[in-house]
Design a protein. Structure first.
Length: 255
């Protein structure tokens, strides 16, 4: 799905999000919740109902609408979305299945999370039988931003070099953090869906010095060449059988 969306549509979406300061700093201030490592990175999924109540009790700015919609995954009135996106861009978002319309409201089909000075698209939470939002563990599910995502980013954010390799790149978050300080970044993953998200995120953040390739790290990686920096956030949950790319890390959890 994401791979077929025209680059100009994704770039335009990113420009609107940046225009209205859809950032981690704004989200933390507005929601009263500190993003980052530790349990706090998990908390937003469980706090979404409270965030929604907080955001809807007051007059909404465009950024509040983005938080309610793309981050918290709640339906928003079409008229509000057309006002902040512009009717033409909103129509294109619906046309390319980034927004799902029901009656007079629309809900995103992806989640977009403000992360440092980036915005990161990934798989949205799914709803269980009782309607509660929870993580998706389908075989090709793309990892959301867990505590380790924030912790690793804090280590790589200031690294400068000519080249960097991001192994198990997932939605591309570490590659994009590296791209702020590294001349050329390559991200690799075995999950084609994750690579589609990674390329989408590069366009969303208007970052051009990064590329994403399909690669199985169990095979030789010499064809990729040499890099000054190598980062990895591999699957580390012990699992006898691999069911989910992003978390199942073999019998010992070491892939």
């Amino acid at each position: 799905m994401l791979g077929s969306i025209p680059k100009e549509v994704v770039v335009a979406l990113g420009e609107v999000l940046r225009k209205y300061d859809f950032s981690q700093a704004y989200a933390e201030k507005r929601l009263g919740h500190k993003f980052g490592g530790g349990f706090s990175a998990f908390a937003p999924t469980f706090l979404f109902p409270l965030f929604r109540l907080h955001l809807t009790l007051e007059a909404q700015s465009p950024t509040d609408i983005f938080l309610l919609s793309f981050y918290c995954q709640y339906p928003v009135d079409i008229k509000q979305l057309e006002e902040v996106f512009g009717a033409e861009l909103f129509e294109k978002l619906c046309q390319h299945n980034l927004m799902r319309v029901e009656h007079d409201q629309a809900t995103p089909t992806i989640q977009i999370i403000p992360f440092r000075d980036l915005v990161i698209a990934t798989d949205p939470p799914r709803k269980d039988r009782s309607g509660v939002q929870c993580l998706s563990f389908s075989s090709d599910a793309v990892m959301t931003l867990f505590p380790d995502s924030y912790d690793l980013a804090s280590h790589v954010a200031s690294k400068t070099a000519s080249s960097a390799l991001d192994v198990f790149c997932g939605n591309g978050v570490q590659s994009l953090v590296l791209a702020r300080h590294v001349d050329r970044v390559v991200g690799v993953d075995i999950n084609e869906k994750a690579l589609q998200y990674a390329r989408f995120n590069a366009h969303l953040n208007n970052i051009t010095n990064v590329e994403f390739q399909h690669h199985d790290v169990n095979e030789s990686m010499r064809s990729l060449g040499r890099f000054d920096i190598v980062v990895a956030n591999p699957p580390f949950v012990p699992a006898v059988r691999q069911r989910t790319f992003f978390c199942d890390g073999g019998e010992r959890g070491d892939y």
